[in-house]
Design a protein around this ligand. Structure first.
Ligand SMILES: Cc1cc2nc3c(=O)[nH]c(=O)nc-3n(C[C@H](O)[C@H](O)[C@H](O)COP(=O)(O)OP(=O)(O)OC[C@H]3O[C@@H](n4cnc5c(N)ncnc54)[C@H](O)[C@@H]3O)c2cc1C
Length: 426
């Protein structure tokens, strides 16, 4: 069987790694850029936005590895009870069933259980985040794929931007990122409207705390190192979001590491701290990491970040290549309420950021476009599990109905696993 994977990013790479050893398949991989870590300008795919939405301009990398060369590497699975009301049992069931396969793939030890009953996740080491670490095809074909046409013999032909026929396949996987998947489906006449609705939750620093240990939700903060990853914890708030705690960010040691690992990233201005206190932190951190398998935390300064689902939908206009993403007052007011509640309820004394310091302009999208509601079962795609359109399959965050509590990729990997189980491994 001849199979094409169009887009070798996080999900295309995962899929390829799983399929490459199957004898019955001949797999061709397509990429738009030869060079990795390119922005949308480089590949002439500029999507403009009317305002705050940075998911298209800053939230994607083109070229081999795609956005896996940029992402934060946090895997959270929607398999916990808190997701009942929000996502329904279907996704929860799929995540429960296939999470182990995903953790095995990333070589994460999954025997350690989460005793706190909070939302837990796994944070991959920065050197283990790119999908290129896990597999790289011998040959990649470099074309900007525009559309797919179904032939009478039930094969599918793929065409490049200049409308040239490239090749035909029995099965085509579209893993070009959510916006490009939508565009290719539209060009292929597989979705009718050029106006796609989607959502993306918002992420905002809630408070910064100085010289105070957190005692949040009565849990002792204990961040475990687990194989290639670190366990992360999130604290659900109400129904629509979570808060997470960010430590050690302001230390000289971490600022330095950031500079080395991510050249070109913005470095926060840190106060000059004494050489010896920084050295002490560094020694404690290394000792704790290597011998106690725990993250040593610097309580001199840390932050609480809040992520909530934005109520108002955004519109992606495929033809005009434009995103209309407004910040709604309801979400903003909700954030202010949450901030007040967190400060009062958890009795945080030395907060630096106050309620009125949350500014509308500071609130940004979290680069997780989900819930592409125009792509639904009436339009031949079922967003939940990448069901086939007679042989075309799409895997991207666009499949997920929501992302409130979560980073999306753990769940998308589980949906890929479900597909593989049904179509190849059963
Ligand atoms: C800063 C940041 C941090 C993040 N952190 C996390 C996190 O911690 N956890 C998490 O779960 N998610 C995180 N995300 C989101 C996550 O990175 C994305 O959801 C994920 O990378 C999307 O994968 P993808 O395969 O759909 O797209 P990509 O990884 O972007 O891959 C798409 C590929 O398709 C190629 N392509 C595009 N168009 C075409 C075309 N027409 N023809 C051929 N090839 C094409 C591109 O070059 C690219 O290689 C983060 C995102 C950002 C920006």
């Amino acid at each position: 069987m001849k199979v094409a994977i169009v887009g070798y990013g996080l999900y295309g790479g995962y899929l390829y790694s799983k399929l490459k050893n199957l004898n019955k398949l001949k797999i061709d991989v397509y990429e738009v850029s030869r060079v990795k870590n390119k922005s949308q300008i480089h590949v002439k795919k500029q999507i403009r936005s009317n305002g705050k939405y940075e998911g298209a301009s800053k939230g994607r990398f083109f070229g081999p590895g795609g956005t896996s060369n940029l992402w934060g590497g946090q895997l959270v699975f929607l398999d916990e009870n808190k997701f009942d009301t929000i996502l329904g049992n279907n996704i929860k069931f799929i995540c429960k069933k296939f999470k182990k396969n995903v953790l095995d793939f990333f070589r994460i030890n999954h025997n350690d259980t989460n005793k706190n009953n909070l939302i837990s996740g796994y944070w991959l080491k920065s050197t283990k985040r790119s999908i290129l670490n896990y597999s790289k095809p011998k040959t990649i074909q470099f074309y900007d794929i525009k559309k797919i046409i179904k032939n009478n013999d039930k094969t599918f032909s793929i065409f490049d931007r200049g409308d040239n026929l490239i090749a035909s396949y029995d099965r085509v996987y579209l893993t070009t990122g959510s916006f490009e998947i939508a565009e290719i489906l539209y060009n292929s006449n597989l979705i009718k409207s050029s106006l796609i609705n989607f959502t993306d939750h918002i992420s905002v620093p809630l408070v910064t705390v100085k010289d105070e240990k957190p005692n949040i939700f009565g849990n002792k903060i204990n961040i475990k190192v687990s194989g290639q990853s670190i366990r992360t914890l999130r604290y659900p708030i109400f129904k629509e979001g979570f808060i997470s705690l960010v430590f050690n960010e302001e230390t000289w040691f971490f600022q330095f590491l950031k500079k080395i690992l991510y050249p070109g990233t913005k470095i926060n201005k840190t106060e000059k701290k004494s050489f010896f206190s920084e050295l002490k932190f560094m020694m404690n951190f290394i000792y704790s990491y290597l011998f106690k398998k725990e993250i040593y935390i610097d309580y001199r300064e840390w932050r609480l970040i809040c992520d909530i689902e934005k109520k108002q939908k955004a519109i992606f206009d495929i033809v005009k290549k434009r995103i209309d993403w407004k910040l709604d007052k309801t979400s903003f007011n909700r954030l202010c309420q949450i901030q007040k509640k967190v400060i009062n309820y958890y009795n945080l004394k030395s907060t630096l950021t106050k309620v009125d310091a949350i500014k509308f302009e500071k609130i940004i999208d979290s680069y997780h476009p989900v819930n592409f509601t125009n792509i639904d079962s009436n339009e031949l795609i079922v967003p939940i599990d990448g069901k086939k359109i007679d042989g075309i399959f799409c895997f991207g965050t666009l499949m997920l109905p929501f992302c409130t509590y979560s980073n999306p990729s753990g769940t998308v990997f589980c949906l890929i696993e479900k597909h593989l189980d049904e179509f190849y491994f059963r």
